[in-house]
Each structure stands twice: as C-alpha cells, then as structure tokens.
Design a protein. Sequence first.
Length: 429
Amino acid sequence: MAEFGFDTRKIRAGYDPKDNNQSVLPPIYQTASYDFKSTEHAQNLFTYKEAGYLYTRVGNPTVTYFSERVKALDGAKNAVAVGSGMAAISYTLLNLAAKGGTILASPYLYGGTIDAFDRLFPELGVNIKLTDAVLDPAKLESELTDDVKAVYVESISNPNAYLLDIDAISEVAHKHGVPVVVDNTLATPYLYRPFEHGADIVVYSATKALTGHGNIIAGLILDNGDMSLYTKERYPQFYEPIVMLKGKSTADIFPDNFFIFRATLVYLNLLGAALSPQDAYLAIIGLETLSERVAKQSSNAAKIAEYLESSPAVEWVRHPSLASYKFKALADKNLPNGGGGVLSFGIKGTPEQEAAFLNNIKLFTYHVNLGDARSLIVDSPNTTHSELDEEELKLADIPANLIRISAGLEDADDLIADLEQAFKAAGLI
Ligand SMILES: *Cc1c(COP(=O)(O)O)cnc(C)c1O
C-alpha cells in the first residue's frame, strides 16, 4: 500500500475483503477469545512462533485493521491500538521509564497528560520534568542527562496551537541516545507525520480528529521500527528475561519490534485498557473521511481566527493560519495542508462577561472534546486545564481569559454569526 497516495491508503490500507468472505467493510470480530486448532497451535501462539489471536485484550482482528490503517497513514513500522489516548501515553512512557528515570516533557500539553505527569508517574517512580527548552534545542541539549529516557512533546499543542520543531528536537535527542515521543492527536497524519521529522514513537488519542465524530474513546502507539536507540545500558527492560516468555526477553522474540511488543505484553495485557472491536470498527469508518474533515476544520478555524482578530471583543488570537502566529515560519514549512481545527483567543471584559458570552453561545457546543464534526468551545483555564497550578499555567502560556475553539464542519458564516451574537449579548461589542 505504501505506493498509493494518502487518501487511497485511508480508505484501503490494512484490510482486504478476500480475507473475510469478500465483505467490503471490515467485520466486527465480536469475540473475547479464539479457538486453538490443536495443542501444537496453542503452544506456537503462546511462544510467538506463530502469529495469531489468543484473547481480545491483547489482540483482535478488527482492532488490527484499525491500527494497520493508521500505520499506513503515518508511515510507521509497528503499531498497536489501545482503549484510549491516555492508555497510549501511559503505556508508552511506562515502557520506556518504569525502571526509573526522567521524561523531559514539553509544558504545552493536553490537561490529562499533565495530570498524569503530576500525580501518576511520580508515584510509579518516573520523574517528569516539564521544560520550555523544547522551544530551544540548544537549551534542551543541556537537559539531556544520562537518566533521561524520552523527550515527550505534542506536535501541535492544545489549547494554544503551539507548533514544535520536531526535526530539531529529534536531532539533539538522538545525539544523546534518547527517543522522541510525539503526541500527534491535534495534527493527525493528514496535517503532519512526525516520523518524517525524526520522531521515534507517535501516540494518538483517536477519540479526536483522527476518527472525528466524538463517538468513541480510542488510542494508538506507533513506532518507526528503529530499535537501535534502545540500548541495553539505558533500557535493560527490553533485554531481561520475562516469566511470560519462559525466560526469553522481548528483544529475543521480536528484535525489530520489541518496543510495541513489550508495551502490549506487559502494559496492555496486564493493565488491560483494550480497544473494543465495535469501537475499532467505528474508528475505521471515521478514518475514511480524515482528509476531508481536517481540511474543512482547518479552513473553518482560519476563517474564525481572522474574524476574531478583527473583533473589538478579543485581545489576541492563536492559530497557525494567522500572520501574527508565533511559529509562522515553521507552520509555512511544516503544515502545507492547513493549521488544524484548534485555536485559542483571549476574551476582553470581566469574568462575568466571559461567562455571559459562553452562556449565550447557541451553535457551538460547550464541552471538552476536540476534533469533532461539531464545533466546540470551552474556557480551558476553568475546565480542561483547571488542575494546573499558577506556575504550570504560566509555563504553558494559558492566560485566565483564554477560550479554546475546536472548529467543526458547519458553515463558517454560521459559526462566526454565533460568536458575534454572543459577544453582543455579553455587552462586549
Ligand atoms: C484527548 C487527548 C488525549 C487523551 O485521549 P483520550 O482518548 O481522551 O484518553 C491525549 N492527548 C491529546 C492531545 C488529547 O487531545
């Protein structure tokens, strides 16, 4: 499938009707378990001598069709789909650092990720350091000490649409033998493919624009197949015998795919956030319109950003389409297909006027998802990022008057008229 274009792959990759009684759509394998053909077959599956399915928590054909399709879109070598974006992030970082060590992380992140970094990971012995050095690779280099197990960033970040230079970050990280993990949720492979910019591991919340209808929770872990960064010295976990493998290590069994294999065997298997086959099916259907949806969301967001920048009710606007955008040169280089559906703006007036504005919005829905077919609006500092303390909010560049929009697929004129009437109702214009 690699020889086909992006849009052909998003419809066709990873599934062949010949494998399923000519069924044009992938069947939903609604089963918990799989019948062994013989004792020998069972033994071969359990010792990974033969590929096949054992139990849906660790693998299901419909779930595989989904991960294979995203793999083809991103140009990844290995992939596993899991039950949520948070599971994808947690399993990835535990797989790299649960033996102890530091994750150098961008401060421009999804609120749930920062929650996990503040509360969960330190309890599990993983030290997280949020650093704005991700904006300055020379400075980042000085923070890449021997105990660093990964650099963790979002390609386009939430809520400010910060765009990071993954090429530069990867170059510096690789010099020090450290892999770069990119949460590519907001960008989707339609706008940006991190492996083409040096990333080693990509994680997704497929809940968002990747599948696009706000009807499932799903996640993915993908890698570039280059296992050479995971040295025995820094990552002994991949080379140590595991009881479940009868004394073999994950690197012994799959020398070209031990990162995802271990994430599956240890974390997906034992912590258990599996993706259901029904949800994998919905995810595949969502992917079929990825380009069309994200292109429309990007153009709607650009029109809304332009309107907001001209509104007297607004202090500032952040979106890659604007000439005033902080990372304009990088956006021109790295986002040829558009700036994505997410933008933020600073509303003028009092907190009461901000509340009146939100309470008078009629067309946008006021809720915390992203990348939905419907346009969404939310006051991030009071909701999605309310757990951040003062210092984290400052580091993440989230002022108190920030409002986030995730543009959907409606008519841009209707969305702009809705904002205009709500500004009026709040007495801001
Ligand atoms: C929503 C989101 C997540 C978490 O994904 P879930 O599917 O909700 O678990 C992670 N990263 C980003 C950027 C997100 O927007």
